[in-house]
Design a binder for this molecule. Structure first.
Ligand code: PMP
Length: 370
């Protein structure tokens, strides 16, 4: 039985043809030297125009191109955080935030949201968690692993609370912004109350454009902060390769060609996974509004025993069991701050997805209660 992984954070699609062509062209043109640390003016302009088309006023000077979104976050953490600062992160959240914090000043403060509330984050919940020590509120929209999209009015209500904290920065990680199944995601920058000086977006090409290996991300923020981040980038990794930035520019400019095909397949796969999960008793989940994961609660299948006599007590045990006995890989919820859950990507080929769901059902139903 071949291994099927639903654990990865990237899709199976090929990167857009426009990207490949532009990179090859740039290489043939000899664009293989250092470029400006902030990013090429052409790419920064293309990104600012994309946001302007959505009604957001953003100048190319407010854009910093980074080698991936992870690096964009690391740059911001390095520039903004001092010893004793807190970073408030609604959970369940991507495990990468936790890992990055190990190499940054400051402490991650989880703000738990619940499946039974539809992962809602209310102004009251935020108000009781923020303190004078909070330097960053880090939102993820759409959420990984939850798939939860905050609406514009929800964001505006949260921003209203942050007004009382003059030292606070709000970072919105919008890396899945073009992977949605309902109305388009409203960037936090489009919200009333997104005070230019305090609201930052990080985004990238890995998810929406299936370009994880190109290492391309960006920061959008106020000029003064971007200037500090450019210094940090110059002193550490310098700029992203010029031919990669040409590819990114072509991707942004031709985005309406590449996106519909991927979006259509993902929307179909989402309903395949929904049906597959519905066929398994006692599994609860949030139907994702965006990104390409389900994050079901499998706790009803814990504290059971496998046919080989293995005790299944945690979602890590459950994932190990599915990997060993069914060659099926999922990501344990413990890594995202949600024990008992597991993250399942549906950004895989549809027949493999169906096969994976059958294996999951069989694997769960064969567990016996202790
Ligand atoms: N933010 C989130 C929420 C992610 O899920 C990921 C990738 N898993 C990243 C950032 C990092 O993306 P990149 O490949 O651009 O570094």
């Amino acid at each position: 039985m071949e291994v099927i992984s639903l654990a990865a954070g990237s899709s199976y699609f090929r990167s857009p043809e426009a990207a490949t062509q532009a990179a090859v062209k740039a290489l043939h043109e000899g664009k293989t030297f250092y470029g400006p640390s902030q990013g090429t003016p052409e790419l920064r302009k293309a990104i600012s125009q994309k946001y302007k088309a959505e009604g957001i006023s953003l100048e190319p000077s407010q854009v910093l191109i980074t080698p991936g979104t992870k690096q964009a976050l690391f740059n911001l953490f390095s520039v903004l955080l001092r010893q004793g600062d807190d970073v408030v992160v609604p959970t369940p959240a991507w495990f990468g935030f936790h890992e990055l914090m190990k190499y940054s000043n400051g402490t991650l403060v989880p703000l738990p949201t619940k499946l039974e509330d539809g992962y809602k984050l209310t102004p009251d919940m935020l108000r009781v968690t923020l303190s004078e020590r909070t330097r960053i509120l880090l939102l993820t929209n759409p959420g990984n692993p939850t798939g939860r999209v905050y609406s514009k009015s929800e964001l505006e209500a949260l921003l209203e609370v942050t007004k009382d904290y003059p030292n606070l920065y709000v970072i919105s990680d919008e890396i899945y912004d073009l992977v949605t199944y309902g109305s388009p995601v409203a960037s936090i920058l489009s919200c009333q109350g997104a005070k230019a000086a305090r609201t930052i977006v990080v985004n990238g090409f890995s998810k929406s454009f299936a370009m994880s290996g190109w290492r391309l991300g960006f920061i959008l923020g106020p000029d003064e902060l971007i200037a500090k981040c450019v210094h940090f980038q110059n002193a550490t990794v310098a700029g992203v390769s010029i031919f990669i930035q040409d590819a990114a520019q072509a991707t942004v400019e031709n985005r309406h060609e590449a996106l519909p095909h991927m979006q259509e397949i993902l929307a179909h796969n989402r309903s395949v996974m929904q049906q597959g999960l519905d066929a398994i008793p006692e599994v609860r989940y949030y139907l994702p509004d965006g990104a390409y994961y389900f994050f079901p609660d499998f706790s009803q299948y814990l504290n059971r025993t496998s046919i080989t006599g293995e005790k299944i007590s945690t979602s890590v045990d459950l994932c190990r069991y599915l990997r060993t006995c069914y060659n099926l890989e999922l990501s344990p919820g413990d890594y995202f701050g949600a024990p008992g859950h597991a993250r399942m990507s549906f950004a895989v080929e549809t027949p493999r997805l169906q096969d994976a769901l059958n294996r999951l059902r069989q694997g769960l139903l064969l567990l016996t209660a202790d």
